[in-house]
Design a protein around this ligand. Sequence first.
Ligand code: AMP
Length: 138
Amino acid sequence: MKDIFCRIIDGEIPCAKVYEDDDVLAILDISQTTKGHTLVIPKAHCSDFLSAPKETIDKVFAVAQRIGQAQISMLGAKGVNILSNVGSEAGQSVPHFHVHVIPRYGKDSGFQVTMKEQDISSVDLPRLACVIKEGIKE
Ligand code: AMP
């Protein structure tokens, strides 16, 4: 079964379109975390950021940058969060790669990012860095 973004791309479900070209569609998120919250979606299906081809990543993020710039110039946003959830554990609910472009207006915004520091006294950071480094593909 097609995911909801494939159905929007195929014109089966309406959307509030912000941008479209041959490869990328950008729409307003139906849940407006802040005013102007936009999703940038590749038209060719891939399930998430980590499995997307590099050219898809390049195209999607190039559009995300332009949309963030427009949110600042046209909506009066003071900042922007760029976010792509990968996997349900990370909050991904639609299994089709997409980037959230979330304009930020100040402390009253409906979107909060909290990165709480953990106790890492038992973690060997150089060793941990080596483990990740070993897994980086060419
Ligand atoms: P994520 O949870 O990162 O996978 O993001 C999926 C996003 O898609 C959520 O923020 C939803 O609000 C949004 N969404 C789901 N259905 C629609 C729809 N029909 N039109 C626009 N946005 C949608």
